[in-house]
Design a protein around this ligand. Structure first.
Ligand code: SAM
Length: 212
C-alpha cells in the first residue's frame, strides 16, 4: 500500500475503518495487559481512533504513530487539546499532557522516539498492511518497543472475497510473526455484524501477546 493511498483516504474523508465509539474489544480485554495508571500505551498506525480518548480518560499515557498529519490534527481537535508541535528526526511530534503522536512513516520511528512504553495496542494496523510489508512491520514494532506486551485486534475472512485493506490475517500468520518472542493467546473471536464492509462474513479477533 503506497503512502499516497492513505493520504488520499484522509483527504477524501474515506475512513470507514474509524469507529465512532472506539473498539469494544479494547474495553473488554485491556485489563489483560495488567498495566498501572500512568503507564504509556503505544498505538501504531493510530489514525484518530477514539480508543485514545478511552485510554486517556482512564489515566494512561498514549504514544501514537500516524502517517497522516490531517488525521492527527483532527485527533487533537476532537480531544479538545491544543498540541505543541516540533520536529523529531524524520518525524513531526504533536504532543500535549499524557499524549504524543509521531507523524510520518512508522518505519522512521526509532526506540529513542518511544522511550518508555509499557504495551502496544494494535487495532487495524497489522491488518492495514499488505502481506509483503507485514513481516517488516512486526519486526520493527518489536525492535522499537523491546517486545512489550501487546493487545492485537485482527480480522479473519476469506481473502479471495475482498481485496484489503483490511487484510485477513490467519492465526498461523500471527504465530509466525510473534511466537518466537511472545506467548500468543487468542482471547476472543467475534462475528463482524453485517459482515466486513457490509459484504463479507468475517471475525474480529483479539490476541494477547505476552513476552516470553
Ligand atoms: C486502517 S487505519 C486504522 C487507524 C486506527 N488504528 C483505527 O483503529 O482507527 C490505518 C492507519 O494507518 C495509517 N498508516 C498507513 N501506513 C502507515 C505508515 N507507513 N506509517 C504510519 N501510519 C500509516 C493510515 O494513515 C491510517 O490512518
Amino acid at each position: 500500500m503506497e503512502t499516497t493511498y492513505w493520504h488520499e483516504k484522509w483527504k477524501r474523508n474515506d475512513i470507514g475503518f474509524h469507529e465512532a465509539s472506539g473498539n469494544s474489544l479494547l474495553s473488554e480485554f485491556f485489563a489483560e495487559l495488567s498495566l498501572s495508571k500512568g503507564d504509556r500505551v503505544f498505538i501504531p498506525l493510530c489514525g484518530k481512533t477514539r480508543d485514545i480518548a478511552w485510554l486517556l480518560s482512564r489515566g494512561y499515557g498514549v504514544v501514537g504513530a500516524e502517517l497522516s498529519e490531517l488525521a492527527v490534527q483532527q485527533l487533537f481537535m476532537e480531544l479538545e487539546l491544543i498540541p505543541e508541535i516540533e520536529q523529531a528526526g524524520e518525524l513531526k511530534r504533536y504532543w500535549a499532557k499524557n499524549i504524543e503522536i509521531f507523524v510520518g512513516d512508522i518505519f522512521d520511528l526509532t526506540e529513542k522516539h518511544l522511550r518508555d512504553v509499557s504495551a502496544i495496542y494494535d487495532r487495524a494496523a497489522l491488518v492495514a498492511l499488505p502481506a509483503d510489508i507485514r513481516q517488516r512491520y512486526t519486526q520493527h514494532l518489536m525492535a522499537v518497543t523491546k517486545v512489550v506486551p501487546q493487545l492485537l485486534i485482527s480480522f479473519e475472512y476469506e481473502q479471495s472475497q475482498l481485496s484489503g485493506p483490511p487484510f485477513s490475517i490467519s492465526s498461523r500468520e500471527i504465530y509466525d510473526h510473534y511466537n518466537a518472542n511472545y506467548h500468543v493467546k487468542k482471547l476472543a473471536s467475534r462475528d463482524v455484524l453485517g459482515g466486513l464492509k457490509g459484504l463479507v462474513p468475517a471475525q474480529e479477533v483479539a490476541w494477547l501477546l505476552s513476552r516470553r
